[in-house]
Design a protein around this ligand. Sequence first.
Ligand code: ZN
Length: 277
Amino acid sequence: MKADPLTDFSRLCVHTITTKGWKLDEAVDRYAEAGVSGITVWREWLEGHDPQKAGGRIRAAGLEVVSLCRGGFFPAVKEKAREESIEDNKRAIEDAAVLGAPLVVLVCGAVPGQSLSESRKQITEGIAATLPLAESLGVRLAIEPLHPMYAADRSAINTLATANDLCDELNHPLVGIAYDVYHLWWDPDLEAQTKRTAEANRLFAYHVCDWMTPTTDLLNDRGLMGEGCIDLRGIRSMVERNGFSGMIEVEVFSNRWWAKPPREFLQEIKYTYLNHT
Ligand code: ZN
């Protein structure tokens, strides 16, 4: 029997940061109660938890752990800081394995004052250094290209093409891409690069929210789906035409939404997931 599309939440995943007011246990209970199917756990939410127990609890509630967010931030001017970052990423990979998350999302990093090409080189080296561990634990790594407005300090990987180039260079089946509409919607090469991503079997994750006009905060003014200008239906149909059938992950950083009760927000998420994604 086919699921009723009006009540089908089988592909709905929510990031713990989206419902920022809830700690991990409460988020798990509320998501499960609301019929959400997947959870992407942000590392801050794991603090103070035994990842194995947390993973067991999530699965017992009927939720799938979709990914652990986030590793990355590889570039740094000093070598010692780059080494520390690699160690931190290894811890993220270990935690993901114990939690039962098949994927770690990487916000790759950038350093103001250091050239983007140097940062990209350090990102490539950083990911390469964590790959043997990822391989031994069977954890996938997803490079998330970030909108160019973050090029100065959050990521030197700013287009899907650059992320694909980096994946080509690393050339490893465990390295792929987290495709976030917030970062990619404006790109005139989106169709060709989406095809390239899918053909290389590296479309590992799909994140949704919306782009507000005007955007009042570079980080924390994302819109809920349908509030902004992103062609969410068009982009989803494009990734699905290219074979993507994974979770649709709702990742909204919004001071405006965070000011409301998370329960109310979760209902809005369900409604907009059905009607706008
Ligand atoms: Zn994202």
